[in-house]
Design a binder for this molecule. Structure first.
Ligand code: ASP
Length: 290
């Protein structure tokens, strides 16, 4: 019975900041997610559930913890993808929905389109019965744990999983970058840039979205593994090197079809956690894996 779960709460974590709360939260999610996978839960559902909890916590720059855009409103991005059939769903610049990742999942489930933006995304999420944010200024907790706006770190959330049925899935959700312009859409909802899953690997990225888009980062991990026959670890590192060329700081998490995992970053730290059928849970912000 092979399974694996990796999650991240954003790269660009600042040295000297106390992430105890995030670590405890990621630890709980890792252990609940592990139970779900052992009980036969599907990777897509586990990924969506983990991200939904992170969005609701207000501990990351996603969902409740999102930062406002240049006009003071809140536009969020999310996407999710399933490995075997490459079905995907994404929402860009969505407003007024508590869980953008569930909105993205409902786009996937509905199946007609892959991405919805703005009012259309909100409308579809409402039709799908998702909970709305009635008072945005009161609901969004303004990145409580992330320091001043100038000093704020990337706090996007994401998860990748391999389930015991052999299915891979990946998802990512964000409030975007700090001081972003109204209407700005980053890599997170772009299938292939911020999120990717096929039958080789599932990937979720965090960091400066413009650089990850120019690198088409998430898809490139898979392309390198399939076309150049490199390991998941080498593929992830090579992609981060490309992202760096575009002055992108950040990181990514990945799991392959054999349950090998990888969570590299080129910033000071990345909030991350992982567990698999062959590995005890790991929860970390700093100290890269060997
Ligand atoms: N990648 C996200 C974006 O550019 C930000 C992040 O990962 O924190 O919107």
């Amino acid at each position: 019975m092979t399974y694996a779960l990796v999650l991240h709460g954003g790269a660009g974590a600042r040295l000297g900041t106390d992430y105890t709360e995030q670590n405890q939260h990621m630890q709980q999610l890792t252990s609940s997610g592990q139970e779900m996978l052992i009980e036969g839960g599907f990777a897509l559902d586990v990924v969506a559930w983990v991200i939904e909890q992170m969005e609701a916590s207000g501990l990351y720059v996603a969902g409740k913890g999102s930062a406002p855009h240049s006009l003071g409103g809140f536009e969020l991005d999310a996407s999710i993808m399933k490995g075997t059939d490459r079905r995907a769903g994404a929402v860009a610049a969505i407003e007024g929905i508590v869980s953008p990742i569930q909105a993205a999942k409902s786009v996937l489930t509905e199946g007609r389109h892959v991405m919805l933006a703005g009012v259309g995304a909100h409308h579809a999420a409402k039709l799908a019965g998702l909970v709305e944010v009635t008072d945005p200024q009161a609901y969004y907790s303004e990145h409580v744990s992330h320091g001043s706006k100038e000093d704020a770190d990337h706090g996007t959330v994401g998860a990748v999983a391999l389930d015991i049925h052999g299915e891979l899935a990946a998802g990512t959700s964000t409030g975007g970058t700090f001081n972003k312009l109204v209407g700005r859409v980053g890599d997170t909802p772009i299938i292939g840039s911020g999120t990717w899953a096929d039958d080789t690997v599932a990937v979720s990225c965090t960091g400066l979205g413009e650089a990850f888009m120019r690198a088409n980062a998430a898809y490139d991990v898979s392309a390198r593994m399939r076309y150049a026959n490199v390991s998941i670890g080498d593929a992830c590192q090579q992609v981060l090197d490309v992202v760096k060329r575009f002055e992108g700081d950040g990181g990514l998490i990945a799991v392959d079809a054999k349950g090998n995992i990888c969570m590299p970053y080129n910033s000071d730290g990345m909030k991350r956690a992982a567990v698999s059928s062959t590995m005890d849970p790991v929860v970390r912000v700093f100290e890269p894996e060997a």
